[in-house]
Design a protein around this ligand. Structure first.
Ligand code: PLP
Length: 394
């Protein structure tokens, strides 16, 4: 008789976006002429930068020619892309990495999920609350139920407190999804120091790094001294350059980054992650890596900046529009997400109000965790025209 992974029975049903879709469908079937503005799901709307499209076309043509055709690529990614990441994303910020510390992948979702493969089952995990649900669910799937929540709310200025318990793995996502808030260098340093002291590991999700506009907000955790020993960083081209449907990301695992067996013997996590990727992953397609490489050309980077600025301008419209109407809002300065304090506690009620009275779809904060109750998330990924219209409706 086949045995199931019983950990899957312990997962709470992920009903957030299904429930949103159900409510939107119910409303639109009764009101077929309603002009709905979507500010809920975090998918982008602008097309890929022209430089990426051109690079992809060129790579496709190479695949048609015997001399330039590529079969299986290196599991860790092509050096042409690793070099650009090393020089443009890190060296410019004073962080020295070698190519073999950079693992090209097909998504920060897969990597933040798959990283649990190299971590022992006895770890106590700390996550922020509200949280990107992948961190929690993938640990539950792997049989880890020891999860500590660090609230991130208006009351603590959206800066999580260090856990009171002795935790060994901490997930930090800044700029944060869903709150859109950031940690300053000294605030992030507190976590790095904790990890160094407790021999813990920080899984730092920097998927929204490209949206940072303010000084003193670290783009990489490795800007903090000592972080290479205790942190793995995840980056994504999804929101940066419109790659949500194209799929490319990368993960940095420094050679110094260390994990321990039960006797306290140290092991390099870089080696473990390489072993994991070589066994279970065959690399991101050549064509896609060429498209990602084009982001680092002068044309590519200015096209990407244009996209980011477009979304940041939408975020500003939302932030200022809502503030003018008397709402309390957070985020949206270094992030495409705006976190609105709802006038009444129930975030689903406010979601329904916006859907039915204003025809605007948002995401209720309660769907991201207990501390998300009393908030809703709006995204800046719609068009400028729709964003302005949504603010006028409110
Ligand atoms: N990490 C966070 C915090 C996200 O919000 C998302 C996407 O919404 C991801 C990772 C996934 O990114 P990718 O498209 O690279 O899988």
């Amino acid at each position: 008789m086949i045995q199931i992974n019983e950990n899957f029975t312990k997962l709470s049903e992920s009903y957030l976006f299904t429930e949103i879709a159900r409510r939107v469908k119910a409303y639109t079937s009764e009101n077929p002429n309603a002009d709905i503005i979507k500010m809920g799901i975090g998918d982008v709307t602008l097309p890929l930068p022209k430089a990426c499209i051109e690079a992809m076309h060129k790579a496709v043509d190479e695949m048609a020619v015997k001399e330039t055709f590529r079969g299986y690529g290196p599991e860790q990614g092509y050096e042409f892309l690793q070099e650009k990441i090393r020089d443009f994303d890190f060296a410019t910020r004073g962080v020295t990495l070698s190519n073999d510390e950079i693992f090209i992948s097909d998504g920060a979702k897969s990597d933040t999920g798959n990283i649990t493969d190299i971590l022992g089952s006895g770890n106590t995990i700390a996550v922020t609350d509200p949280v990107y649900p992948v961190y929690v669910d993938t640990n539950v799937m792997a049989g880890r139920q020891n999860i500590v929540y660090m609230p991130v709310t208006k009351e603590n200025g959206f800066v999580p407190e260090l856990p009171k318990e002795d935790v060994s793995v901490l997930y930090l996502c800044f700029p944060n999804n869903p709150t859109g808030t950031v940690l300053k260098k000294d605030e992030l340093k507190v976590f790095v120091d904790y990890a160094l002291k407790h021999k813990a590991l920080i899984l730092f999700d920097a998927a929204y790094e490209a949206f940072i506009t303010e000084d003193n907000v670290p783009h990489s955790i490795y800007e903090i001294e000592g972080a290479k020993e205790v942190a793995i960083e995840f980056r994504s081209y999804s929101k940066t350059a419109g790659f949500t449907g194209t799929r490319c990301s990368y993960t940095v695992v420094p050679k110094e980054c260390t994990g321990y067996d039960k006797n306290g013997k140290a092991f390099s996590l870089n080696h473990f992650w390489k072993r994991r990727q070589c066994t279970k992953f065959n690399g991101t397609p050549y064509i896609i890596q060429r498209a990602a490489e084009a982001i680092y050309t002068p044309e590519g980077s200015s096209q990407v900046m244009e996209i980011i600025n477009y979304y940041l301008n939408n975020a500003k419209i939302i932030r200022e529009g809502l503030t003018k109407k008397g709402f309390e809002v957070f985020g949206g300065v270094n992030s495409p997400y705006i976190w609105l304090k709802t006038p009444e506690k129930d975030s689903w009620k406010f979601f329904d109000y916006l859907l039915k009275e204003k025809n605007i779809v948002t995401t209720p904060g309660a769907g991201f965790g207990k501390s998300g109750e009393g908030y809703i998330r709006l995204t800046a990924f719609n068009t400028k025209e729709k964003t302005i219209e949504a603010m006028e409706r409110i």
